[in-house]
Design a protein around this ligand. Sequence first.
Ligand SMILES: NC(=O)c1ccc[n+]([C@@H]2O[C@H](COP(=O)([O-])OP(=O)(O)OC[C@H]3O[C@@H](n4cnc5c(N)ncnc54)[C@H](O)[C@@H]3O)[C@@H](O)[C@H]2O)c1
Length: 262
Amino acid sequence: MAGNGDTMGAQTVGHETNLAGRTAVVTGAASGIGAACARRLAEDGASVVLLDRDERVVEAADQLGGRGLVVDLTDTAALSTMELNADILVNNAGIQHVSPIEQFPPERFHQILTLMVEAPFLLLRAVLPGMYERGWGRVVHISSVHGMRASAYKSAYVAAKHATEGLSKTVALEGGPRGVTSNTVCPAYVRTPLVEGQIAAQAATHQIPETEVVERIMLTEPAIKRLIEPAEVAAAVSYLCSPDASFVNGSSLVVDGGWSAR
Ligand SMILES: NC(=O)c1ccc[n+]([C@@H]2O[C@H](COP(=O)([O-])OP(=O)(O)OC[C@H]3O[C@@H](n4cnc5c(N)ncnc54)[C@H](O)[C@@H]3O)[C@@H](O)[C@H]2O)c1
């Protein structure tokens, strides 16, 4: 499958190649939404660099003709001195923990905020100077409907996603005059290992059977009663990196089936 990021791949799926000559860095790209984003941006013509703590990232990158780097994004000391060149940065890596606040382990709260707020900030610090120098950059943060709305038992995640929204808007203001846009994509529940891994914890916390979690917890709010596919989120990211979106800056592209319309 090497070389999938060429024009032929894009023609196969029938959308315009517009990122030839651009380098895209995607975090958390060994799995789920990050893997789908890396694939889609490669199909759009970008050279992709995949970051993940999971070693499967190397194989995922090989399949796209890209580069895979095994890195723990909570290692902030390493990120502070990291040299990274990117025209596109997709801050995607994230984790979840479901627990009432009074039982929420403080070290887990710290880990979630480090991974989902501080690491994106440090990566921005690394890539923005190059984007400014070249006068072009696209930053996309995978936020969530939880960047707009809260859910009980997800204090760290909801706090982190609200922070993501603020960070993205700040980049939009600083980067806009220099050719760099920053936006978020806010999905409801996407069919990925992160969601599958939540089912047992949600069942225990809400005291319902695991078989009922998707319908009774995850699909109560969206007006469209299905999980989103990772490729649909990746399509939103692709749009935000396309020429059609060049004036879209500091916005939140909500892909939540109507959840936040309430
Ligand atoms: N799945 C959903 O329903 C959903 C909904 C809205 C937003 N999101 C967001 O999308 C993003 C991706 O989620 P996903 O569902 O694809 O999850 P996932 O678990 O499938 O993938 C997350 C990836 O991040 C990597 N990662 C975790 N900790 C890391 C660390 N310390 N250093 C480097 N990599 C690390 C994991 O190894 C994994 O490959 C997250 O930010 C999540 O909050 C997911």
